[in-house]
Design a protein. Structure first.
Length: 172
């Protein structure tokens, strides 16, 4: 059995990877940060309302609260900035093709061709129809199901497990 994947990432592929990475490595941290930011924003809104009703609202207070909301807006949009940067980098390098054969993996981009064995993977995951094959703790190959041009994406996990000896973990 051979699998061929031609990847030209779309914004949704990279956004899904960000979601996957947060869920895999940083779920508790992001949840705590989200709760803290929303709580601080709610308290700032209540303070503005309270001071406004008491007619003690100063220009200085308004500026500080607006800056707080701007900072929070930047925090919420930072993920979009990372996605845009990743998409820009992918467009520079261009699409790539990965072939998984019985004996090796062949990676091709432009005029470069690299061959490697299945022993280099450290972790394998499947999340929402995309495979994430880690070669280090932070560096995965991202292989969306819609990029498969040869082979059944549903059977790819079993193929990988057989070749690498690693379990393909499914993340929900």
């Amino acid at each position: 059995m051979e699998y061929t994947i031609y990847c030209q990432f779309a914004r949704k592929d990279l956004a899904q990877y960000m979601s996957f990475a947060r869920r895999l490595r940083y779920q508790k941290l992001y949840t705590a940060m989200y709760v803290v930011v929303v709580t601080v924003l709610a308290l700032a809104a209540l303070l503005m309302l309270y001071l406004g009703l008491r007619q003690n609202l100063t220009r200085d207070t308004v500026v500080r609260v607006v800056l707080l909301y701007a900072f929070a807006g930047f925090w919420f949009l930072s993920n979009e900035f990372r996605i845009s940067l990743a998409l820009k980098g992918h467009r520079k390098t261009g699409p790539f093709t990965v072939r998984f054969t019985e004996k090796q993996i062949v990676f091709e981009t432009g005029e470069k061709r690299t061959e490697s064995s299945y022993e280099g993977f450290t972790e394998l995951y499947q999340f929402r129809g995309t495979y994430y094959l880690f070669i280090s703790r932070t560096q995965p190959f991202i292989l969306p199901s819609h990029c498969f041009t040869q082979g059944d994406p549903a059977a790819f996990g079993a193929f990988l497990a057989e070749k690498t000896g690693l379990e393909v973990k499914e993340l929900n």
